[in-house]
Design a binder for this molecule. Structure first.
Ligand SMILES: Nc1nc2c(c(=O)[nH]1)N[C@H]1C(S)=C(S)[C@@H](COP(=O)(O)OP(=O)(O)OC[C@H]3O[C@@H](n4cnc5c(=O)[nH]c(N)nc54)[C@H](O)[C@@H]3O)O[C@H]1N2
Ligand SMILES: Nc1nc2c(c(=O)[nH]1)N[C@H]1C(S)=C(S)[C@@H](COP(=O)(O)OP(=O)(O)OC[C@H]3O[C@@H](n4cnc5c(=O)[nH]c(N)nc54)[C@H](O)[C@@H]3O)O[C@H]1N2
Ligand code: SF4
Ligand SMILES: [Mo]
Length: 749
């Protein structure tokens, strides 16, 4: 019998509600759910392709082990036991830090995994932790921690009420928003313009978002920091700085004014590729708009000087009085308040408490930057990574210098991947532990509900029962944590603790944690329990949990959320300051010392070198990082993995549209066809990341044939951001030539 199921797509951050017609396990159709209060029926092609993931014959359905004769299926007990034993053995011989762990992007989309990471991290006790954060949003998190006291307290553009929306280094029309959960961005931007508001885009490419914009400025990759400093200089000089009610809890205005004093538009114009007049106009427009939201994303945070740039964008929002203002950038009030829970666990943020072994890079939030991951595996000595865990990540394609990463992974003593596929990264694993697929587990989004442009809450049941003999991500992570814990426990007390945590989590399950979080959250009525937690810390949670869950509750509970399968609208963003601040003083210091120092070290802007080509990335609505290329529906047609290049540059290089170009850097070279168009700045080329699946051993049939190459084979690991050592993935200098003219690599050496 045909049934309809409501779900939330978890492929990107937009949290679109979807409506699935199905007969048991057979999916008949996937549409946007028009009753979803946030996405209002919006869906993109990836949402429809969830059925391809669900049915993909290449998706692993049971644990596999690599042997001389290839991959063989093994039982869960065997797989988990052996994994724990190997990890424990390596740590016993080489110390705790000999096991490395990397968490990829989908970890953030999987509530079960998020909830069970802590026991595994505790059981491992390694400092060799990594994640996609340092190839993505680290500078935003550093800035929110420094300014607002919490690494997850992000100001979100109040896009539905703003009059002036500036996007700098983001392309939400392709990405569907990031650290800004905003399904149906097109509709929302249209409404902005219909009510007389303006969309302004600053990007080296005329992107899909720029095409809708009222104004678009090309900017030279990596020069945003100079533009932002000049915007502030104009604002101070022309007395446009007006923080309004924020002044009551704001420090450092005088320092900031002095710091930006010399960064005049004239000084930065050539380096940015924008005129001084234009920069002045932008500063005045932002400052005089009744309500403005300046928003930046990966084009800024993965470029040169990303630490400073990310901070300056927030600073501009603050000094123009747009922080915590309706129509400006605001904080959410999420039903499951991960910000508050993070604080209970002491996870408000940290930086440079200790440094990495090989390059001395600073820790951030308990992790080292991915720019040193391969070197930590390759460089011998105490603390060398000998064993590795990858969870929902594909560092061979997503981290700088994929070939080095390949080499590093192939030299490990042991590797385990918790992943759905045998891909570029997991092919190096000894054991792969595949979790349930996207429609086989429940869906709740503690992270993305906390960064959405409206306060909403929703919990989706799985489409189908968990298939016999499969495990959810959280069960795998907990299974590993418990087994490791058992092997490590030395005292009776420690053994008791391991079993108690295991029992607690299995009894509670992912649903219990959601329920608990909702009851303790701002719409629950767990005020007293929350106060106890605040005093006693998260350690008291197990004791408190059952009391909270079994008690009578007037406020929000999981049951109430489940009764609304389309989700519950909790209203527009609301003012929250200064109460929401986590800084000790409950004030905002505009210029924390870290940024003061970083600014002293900022080099003077340089005009572009003649003939220098800078490579930037590109996202497309039919793709998602490295892992959705096994859906025929999404990859069909002409390959999108090509080199967008300006006609002037194409002419200089003697290539026409479709001809092959070879890119070279100090670490590698790739060849791809040219896409000649003036949608890109002269001197800049743009290529999407995450392609090139024909590496030996990849078992993704459609992806293998989809063509393309990985740009991270050209991006090296030495170009790191000065403060955090996070990856620079945009604005990479490369040599470009017609493939016909390229000297083969060997002969060139
Ligand atoms: N050059 C360049 N490089 C980039 C970027 C760029 O713009 N340019 N972007 C960077 C950014 S922003 C990011 S976030 C990273 C992403 O980098 P990664 O997170 O390392 O890579 P993904 O391509 O997202 O790979 C996700 C993996 O998770 C698996 N997976 C999917 N769902 C699940 C699940 O529910 N559970 C488990 N266990 N596994 C699952 C998939 O099979 C796949 O192997 O790439 C970064 N790299
Ligand atoms: N369809 C799709 N959606 C996705 C993803 C995907 O791969 N595909 N990935 C998801 C992930 S993990 C993330 S983090 C988000 C990212 O979300 P976004 O940040 O919106 O992603 P991008 O489309 O890469 O946008 C970055 C923009 O920065 C521009 N840019 C590059 N260098 C510079 C620079 O130096 N200065 C300025 N001003 N601009 C620059 C690029 O041209 C590009 O338009 O998207 C998420 N959503
Ligand atoms: S925009 Fe597409 S991929 Fe993102 S949540 Fe919506 S349907 Fe899923
Ligand atoms: Mo990302």
């Amino acid at each position: 019998m045909k049934q309809t199921h409501y779900h939330t797509c978890n492929l990107c951050e937009a949290m679109c509600g979807i409506e699935i017609d199905h007969m048991g396990d057979e999916i008949l159709a996937i549409r946007g759910d028009s009753a979803d209060p946030l996405s209002r029926g919006h869906i993109c092609p990836k949402g429809v392709a969830l059925q391809d993931l669900h049915n993909d014959p290449d998706r692993l359905r049971h644990p596999v082990k690599r042997t001389k004769d290839g991959w063989v299926p093994i039982s869960w007990d065997e797989a988990l036991d052996e994994t724990a034993r190997r990890l424990h053995d390596i740590q016993a011989r080489h110390g705790k830090n000999s096991v490395g762990m990397y968490l990829g992007n989908p970890t953030a989309h999987n509530h079960g995994a998020l909830f069970t990471l802590l026991p595994l991290i505790n059981a491992l006790g390694t400092r060799q932790r990594y994640s996609a954060t340092s190839a993505d949003q680290l500078p935003h998190q550093l800035a929110t921690w420094q300014l607002f006291g919490h690494q997850a307290l992000f100001p979100i553009p109040d896009i539905d009420r703003t009059d002036y929306f500036m996007v700098i280094g983001g392309n939400p029309m392709a990405s569907n928003g990031s650290i800004m959960t905003v399904p149906d961005i097109r509709g929302r931007l249209k409404s902005l313009q219909e009510r007389g508001g303006k969309l302004v885009v600053v990007d080296p490419r005329r992107t899909e978002t720029a095409r809708l914009a009222d104004e678009h400025d090309f900017i030279r990759p990596g020069s945003d920091v100079y533009l932002l400093l000049a915007l502030l200089q104009v604002m101070f000089e022309e007395l446009l700085v007006a923080p309004g009610r924020l002044t009551d809890f704001l420090d450092g205005q005088g320092t900031l004014a002095r710091l930006v004093e010399n960064w005049t538009p004239e000084k930065v114009a050539e380096a940015t590729g924008m005129t001084a007049d234009r920069i002045r106009k932008l500063a005045r427009d932002i400052a005089t708009a009744p309500r403005a939201a300046i928003y930046s994303r990966v084009g800024l945070t993965t470029s040169a000087h990303s630490t400073l740039s990310a901070w300056l964008v927030y600073v501009i929002n603050i000094v123009t009085g747009n922080l915590d203002r309706e129509g400006g950038v605001m904080f959410t009030k999420p039903a499951f308040d991960i910000v508050a829970f993070g604080a209970l666990g002491g996870e408000t943020g940290s930086f440079d408490r200790y440094r990495s072994r090989v390059h001395g890079y600073p820790e951030f939030g308990g992790e080292f930057p991915v720019t040193t991951l391969a070197d930590e595996m390759l460089s011998p000595g105490t603390g060398q990574i000998k064993a590795f865990i990858s969870h929902a990540g594909n560092p061979v394609l997503s981290c700088p210098d994929g070939n080095k990463m390949d080499k590093a992974l192939s030299g490990l003593e042991f590797m385990v991947s918790i992943d759905l596929y045998i891909n570029e990264t997991t092919r190096h694993a000894d054991i792969i532990l595949p979790p349930t697929g996207q429609l086989e587990h429940a869906q709740f989004d503690p992270i993305f509900q906390a960064v959405a442009v409206r306060n909403v809450v929703k919990f989706s049941e799985p489409l189908v029962e968990k298939p016999e003999g499969s495990l959810h991500d959280w069960e795998i992570l907990l299974g590993l944590a418990t087994r490791l814990g058992r092997l490590k426990a030395e005292t009776r007390r420690e053994r008791f603790q391991v079993e108690a945590t295991d029992r607690f989590m299995r009894k509670l399950t992912d649903r219990g944690i959601v329920d608990l979080g909702l009851r303790l959250g701002p719409y629950g009525t767990g005020g007293r329990s929350m106060a106890i937690l605040k005093r006693a810390g998260l350690r008291s949670l197990p004791k408190l949990a059952w009391k909270v869950l079994r008690g009578k509750h007037k406020g929000l509970t999981l049951k109430k959320v489940l009764a609304q399968p389309h989700g519950i609208d909790l209203g527009p963003l609301q003012r929250a300051l200064p109460g929401r601040l986590y800084t000790r003083s409950q004030r905002i210091n505009l210029v924390p010392p870290l940024y003061f120092r970083a600014l002293q070290g900022l080099p003077v802007p340089k005009p572009p070198k003649a003939d220098e080509m800078l490579m930037i990335g590109r996202r497309h609505v039919r793709s998602n990082n490295s892992w959705l290329h096994n859906s025929q529906r999404l990859v069909k047609g002409k390959s999108r993995c090509n080199i967008l290049i300006h006609p002037q540059d194409a002419e200089r290089l003697g290539v026409a549209d479709g001809d092959d170009l070879t890119l070279r850097s100090e670490v590698g070279s790739i060849t791809l066809p040219a896409w000649v168009s003036d949608d890109i700045m002269p001197g800049v080329i743009s290529i999407p990341h995450g392609w090139g699946h024909d590496r030996k051993g990849v078992q993704m049939d459609v992806a293998r044939r989809a063509g393309g190459a990985s740009i991270n084979d050209v991006v090296g690991t030495t170009r790191v951001e000065a403060v955090t050592a996070m990856a620079q993935l945009n604005g990479i200098p490369v040599q470009v030539e017609a493939a016909s003219a390229a000297v083969p690599e060997k002969a060139a050496g």
